[in-house]
Design a binder for this molecule. Structure first.
Ligand code: CP3
Length: 350
């Protein structure tokens, strides 16, 4: 794919090049802060219906590109389609987030399929094909999955949870059963990402949203090792696969993460010290991040200051501008416009 590498700034950064103007996209850029998203969402019965409707999911994927001209589109879907394709019941309740039938004991694991059912995910692959047809040539299309640990936290708790306590307890009490679940998720996630590449994504991101709650030994077992194995498995089928890892909240554990997980770029959350990230992470790998979503929501001088500090820390090396977590639904559109102008303007002046 040498031609796409040349024309898509985000892919050039993932190959290790510095871009004079950092490419920019936002996690959760397709979502409720956009009135055009809310209009489409209000016409669908449920969130999963929207994820599995290729025409509408493609439309929603493209909405933030049309409005803001981001350098990447991210497939509109959810990390919980993987448990769904493993046979777990998954629903999203208005205002309450996801709901799954909790895996509260080792025996409950037997309710799951051993292998992911790709037939259930065909609409996702079709969405990718549709987006590809409409996406301007300089803009990258990102696929994604959740990392095994993060997906397991929802599968075990049956939804979101405080401190991911149910999954942490399950892993301590039933290490063999937990390891079996992680194995299933490693294989399923790798296979899901390979299909996304075959359908046409340019790169993928692995979201380990809850990596930060794990103590160091568990972090190695349930974040580093599974993520490294997913990267290796994907590259066996797609040798040049470009992969972004996002171990949110990893802090100083970013050092072993970078040593052992051969991703092309590391997504940084907003909590990390910028100098530490530049010296310990960007010295080894391109980085992506890490504006506090609340600074974007608040706007004004705090937003400008935060953007400038991030550019100052990272723009001299290979860098993708993003948030340190997803866009919040209350974020004013004008703040997103201001952010993009500042990132592109400041960079072009230097
Ligand atoms: O980034 C994008 O724009 C692409 C789409 C995307 C969604 N979820 C759409 C979504 C992506 C990449 C995700 C990832 C995801 N989903 C993660 C990892 C990243 C993160 O945010 O931590 C996680 C943990 C989930 C699980 C999930 N999905 C939760 C906990 C919730 C409820 C909280 C909430 O924000 O509503 C969702 C629902 C969800 N996923 C929505 C969207 C647009 C909102 C549902 C709606 O519109 O009705």
């Amino acid at each position: 794919m040498p031609d796409t590498l040349v024309t898509k700034p985000l892919l050039r950064v993932l190959s290790g090049e510095r871009s004079p103007i950092p490419p920019v996209w936002l996690m959760r850029q397709a979502g409720r802060y956009l009135p055009e998203y809310r209009a489409i969402r209000s016409k669908t019965e449920s969130f999963l219906d929207l994820c599995f409707n290729p025409q509408l999911a493609a439309e929603v994927t493209l909405q933030p590109i049309r409005r803001f001209g981001f350098d990447a589109a991210i497939l509109f879907s959810d990390i919980l389609v993987v448990p769904y394709a493993l046979g777990q019941r998954v629903s999203f309740e208005e205002g309450n987030g996801p709901k799954l039938d909790a895996i509260d004991s080792p025996s409950a694991l037997h309710r799951l399929r051993r292998e992911i059912d790709h037939a259930k995910l065909v609409p996702v692959y079709e969405t990718i094909g549709r987006v590809k047809q409409e996406l301007p040539s300089g803009i990258a299309l990102l696929g994604f999955c959740g990392a095994p640990w993060t997906v397991a936290t929802y599968m075990i708790a049956g939804g979101g949870s405080v401190d991911q306590s149910p999954a942490r307890q399950f892993a301590y009490r039933y290490p063999d059963a937990f390891a079996e679940l992680i194995e299933t998720l490693i294989a399923s996630s790798a296979s899901y990402l390979i299909r996304q590449f075959e359908a046409g994504v340019d790169a993928v991101q692995v979201f380990d949203t809850w990596a930060g709650v794990l103590p160091p030994d568990e972090f190695r077992k349930w974040c580093i090792e599974p993520c490294a194995r997913i990267v290796a498995a994907v590259r066996r089928s797609v040798p040049d696969a470009k992969i972004i890892g996002f171990p949110r909240g990893a802090g100083t554990k970013l050092v072993p993460y970078v040593e052992s997980v051969p991703v092309n770029a590391v997504g940084l959350d907003w909590m990390i010290e910028l100098g530490f990230a530049r010296e310990q992470v960007q010295s080894a790998r391109p980085v992506q991040g890490n504006l506090d979503p609340l600074a974007l929501l608040a706007g004004g001088a705090a937003l400008d200051r935060s953007i400038d500090a991030i550019l100052e820390a990272f723009a001299a090396g290979p860098f993708i501008f993003n948030l340190g977590h997803g866009v919040l639904p209350e974020t004013p559109l004008a703040h997103v416009e201001r952010m993009i102008a500042r990132v592109r303007g400041a960079a072009s002046r230097s």
